[in-house]
Structures are given as C-alpha cells and as structure tokens.
Design a protein around this ligand. Structure first.
Ligand code: FDA
Length: 457
C-alpha cells in the first residue's frame, strides 16, 4: 500500500472532482484524485457498443450552461447541435398518435388550459426561488410539505394536464414519481435551469452535445492531472480531525491501493454514497441524519442505432413525447458526422422497474415496440441496442441524480454544502445553478477549489 501526502485529496473523478482538482493545481496546490471505478467521468460515460457510439450517461448542454461550455472549449473540445428538423410525435396514453409541429402539445382545450395554469404558476414560483438556497424562501417549509402531485391537483382537475406537467420535472428530470418529492424540490429543479419554461423546451434543455462524447471532458482533465489520478481506488475510510491552523495533516483517505494524507478532502461523490465511507471519527449528528434524506432517481436510457435516420425521410425530427407510454420521450441522438441514425429514449421510475423485471428479450421487444409506436416499424430493427443500467452500478446506484425526500430539502438542504472540518462536499446534486447536471458539477467543483484556496491552508 503506497502512502502519499498532498495538499488536497479529491474523492471521485467525475466532472465535479476533476474540475476541483484542475483548479487547485492551477492555484499551485498538490492533489491526488481517488476514483473507485477503472475509468474517469462518473455519470458521464461515452462508449462504443456493438460498433455504435453511445452516450451512456450525461450528454446534453443547454445555452445557459456556460460553465461546462467554457470548460469544454478550454479543453479543446467542440459542441454540436442536436438534430431537430421536422415534425414531432405526440402519443396519448391510449396510443393515439398525432404528428405536430407547433410549440404547443396537441391536447384538448381543457388540458391545454390546465397546462397553461400550471406552467404560469411554476414559472412565477420558480422565479422567487434562489437555486443556491431554496430553503431561504419564506414559504419553503410549506412548499416542502406538499407533494408535487398534490400541488398539481390544486392547480388543475385535468389528468392529462397534471401528468404532462408532472413529467417535465418528475419523469423527465428527478426520475421519481411526482408523489415522492415536494413542490419545493420541483421549484429548485425549475429555478436551477432558469425557469420552468426552459425545462419544457427541448430545443433549450437538450441543445448541444460534445463532439467525441461528454466523458471526454473528464478524460482530458484527467490526462492533464496525469499520475495524480488513481483509478480502481474506492475510498473506504476517511480519518479526519479539526485540529485547526498549523496541523500538518488533517485528513487521511484510505483507498484500496493508496493512502493519501492531506490538509483537505473534497468528497466529490453523489450524496447517496456518502455513507459507503467509514468516517473516523464519525461525522457530526446533523450530517449523519441529513445524508439519509437524499436518494437517486431511476431511469433507463435507451439507445438504438440504425443504418440511417429513417424517421427523417418521413419529415420527422425523431422527437416523440407520450406520458403513460413505456418510452416517455424519444429524440434523434445521431452522432456528429455520422450517416447512421441513433435514437435515444427514456423509460422512467416505476416503468423502468417493470422493464428490469422482464426477461431480456421481452424487455428489448417491449421497448422497441414503444419506439416504433412513435416513429414507425423500422424502429424494431436496430443494428445496435443498449440500455444504460445505472441502478446496477455500484458507484452510482441510480440515475440521473439525487434529490430529497418530501420535507428533506427545507430541513437539511442548508447543511449540504457546509464543510465538516477539513472535508468539503462537491456534487452536481447539491449545487444550485446547473443542479443535477454536468454544468452544476463543474460549477461546484470550481467553487469548492476556490473556497479551499481562499482558506489559506
Ligand atoms: P459523478 O457521479 O459523475 O462522479 C462521482 C465519481 O465518484 C464517480 O466516478 C464514482 O465512481 C466516484 N466514487 C463514488 N464513490 C467513491 C468512493 N468511495 N471512492 C472513490 N470514488 C468514488 N447531465 C447533463 O448535464 N446533461 C445530460 O444530458 C445528462 N443526462 C444524464 C443521463 C444519465 C443516464 C445520467 C446517469 C446522468 C445524466 N446527467 C446529465 C447528469 C450528470 O451526468 C451528472 O450530473 C454529473 O455526472 C455529476 O457529476 P459529479 O462529478 O457530481 O458526480
């Protein structure tokens, strides 16, 4: 077992941890990044499977996500636009299919009225929320005591309006059923993206991708850090003391093949994994309790590649939307410069559970059938097919990210980003702007590095 000493030990080589490490090195600090997996990137992971290039994890960048956009540029990476020419497809729960081209979903007048009422109210309330401190809103506790589902019932008695509105935050973002999280949590999601309108607009929220894949952001940062990144080194124990100024080493991170002594630690792992580490001494009571109120959502990201983007021949953009269907959203995800066509779809929360319970072949046919319902029979015969299974990943345990249970955000949110002695916390899942996104990971990574530099130790 090697023992080394650094200024800062960073635990987790996802975009948050690597950004923090890179900024610390720029500021003249020495670092060691300890990563559990045999690769960097965390929830960003780009790979070729059966000859097809897929973005297994995070991929899209929206226009307001300037931190990830400028980092990509700094690293010499290019962004490209998602393909979006043509009509979209809307599927009702009963399978009724409408091809449409306007910004408005093709729903009846009553549903439309309910959608508008919810949209306006969510925009209004989200504008009152400070993404970095939603708990400071005067009605935070009240908003955190009502489930998003029940709040929607108070806005509209139209089920289509409620289910559709819910989807843009529940299935589409937090990947949890709308009765399991609060209105406050929903407002944080909307305010962190600028507004609820931004979540509704796929041309905004799913605007650009990184040429070569989002994981290359992390790969390039890790290349710069070189031998200071230690793969296949899950941190099992973190010894710490709050000895104050002048103490030589305040944390010792014990990983499988290396032990790092440092003045500071940055825990750049998702909050649902904090308790995988043994702390000596134990973390304070507040953190021990607070950390139990975070949990990951669940989504299957569906990838299907075809010889050519057949939907474009029919004047379709590849965009399909249908709450209540197996695949609730589908998009053209063709790679930069490729002639072949790639679709990406999402199967969320309880439907994802149902799919994982099916035998493999039946699961594949059921999911492809759902893609075909949107875009045509050709969808049944991909040349490559893959399901991202983040729930089975030991070092993530769900997707896309962590959020609080009902009442958790107003009660515990304020402590999530407070250091404990020499231990700092950095994850996209405890960030304000860019919450649950790569942009948020980059922002909190950079901010945490700055806080450590400013501490003067
Ligand atoms: P992240 O989870 O990426 O990294 C944490 C790292 O810590 C991991 O590498 C892990 O192995 C490691 N680790 C955990 N425990 C450890 C231990 N004990 N010791 C050492 N290492 C440990 N975002 C976006 O902007 N656009 C998008 O389109 C999407 N889409 C999307 C799809 C899917 C399927 C997923 C799963 C996620 C997204 N996201 C996204 C979210 C985005 O990927 C996510 O917000 C960031 O990757 C978070 O970066 P972090 O560095 O905070 O954590």
């Amino acid at each position: 077992m090697d023992e080394i000493t650094r200024d800062v030990v960073v635990i987790g080589a996802g975009p948050a941890g690597l950004t923090a490490a890179r900024r610390l090195v720029e500021a003249g600090k020495s670092v060691a990044v300890l990563e559990a997996r045999d690769r960097v990137g965390g929830r960003t992971w780009s790979d070729t499977i059966d000859g097809a290039f897929f973005e297994i994890g995070g991929q899209w960048v929206s226009p307001d996500q300037t931190a990830i956009a400028s980092l990509a540029q700094e690293l010499g990476l290019e962004l490209f636009d998602r393909y979006r020419e043509g009509d979209s497809v809307f599927l009702t729960e009963d399978g009724e299919r409408t091809v449409y081209s306007s910004d408005d979903l093709p729903v009846g007048p009553k549903s439309h009225e309910g959608l508008e009422a919810a949209r306006k109210e969510l925009n209004r309330l989200a504008a009152e929320i400070e993404p970095a401190a939603p708990w400071d809103h005067p009605q935070a506790a009240e908003f955190d005591a009502i489930s998003f589902e029940n709040w929607l019932r108070s806005i509209s008695d139209d089920k289509v309006a409620r289910d559709t509105t819910a989807h843009f935050i529940a299935g589409g973002m937090l990947t949890k059923p709308s009765h399991t999280f609060s209105l406050l949590q929903a407002l944080l999601m909307a305010s962190s993206a600028g507004s609820f309108d931004n979540l509704l607009d796929e041309d905004f929220i799913l605007d650009k991708r990184v040429v070569g894949g989002m994981q290359s952001v992390s790969i390039r940062m890790a290349e710069e850090l070189g031998d200071d990144v230690f793969l296949s080194n899950p941190v099992r124990t973190l010894r710490w003391s709050d000895a104050g100024p002048g103490a030589a080493a305040e944390v010792t991170a014990v990983a499988d093949h290396v032990t790092v002594r440092a003045r500071h630690a940055i825990l750049a792992i998702p909050p649902n994994l904090y308790s995988r580490i043994q702390y000596e001494p134990a973390l304070p009571r507040t953190q021990q309790i607070a950390h139990q109120h975070h949990s990951m959502g669940l989504v299957i990201k569906v990838h299907a590649a075809y010889d050519r983007p057949f939907w474009r021949d029919k004047g379709l953009s590849g965009t399909g939307f249908g709450v209540g269907n197996i695949v609730q959203e589908v998009y053209d995800n063709s790679n930069h410069g490729e002639e072949r066509g790639t679709l990406v779809g999402f199967v969320v929360d309880v439907t994802a559970e149902r799919m994982w319970n099916l035998p493999e072949e039946e699961r594949k046919t059921t999911i492809l059938r759902s893609l075909a319902d949107y875009l045509g029979e050709e969808a049944m015969n991909p040349v490559a097919f893959y399901l991202s299974d983040w729930g089975a990943e030991e070092w993530t345990r769900g997707a896309y990210a962590c959020s609080y249970d009902l009442g958790g955000l107003s009660r515990w949110g304020a402590v999530q980003n407070q250091p404990v002695g020499p231990i700092f916390f950095a994850s996209s899942d405890i960030q304000g702007i860019g919450y649950q996104h790569v942009d948020g990971a980059v922002r909190i990574g950079a901010d945490t590095a700055q806080r450590i530099v400013e501490s003067g130790r």
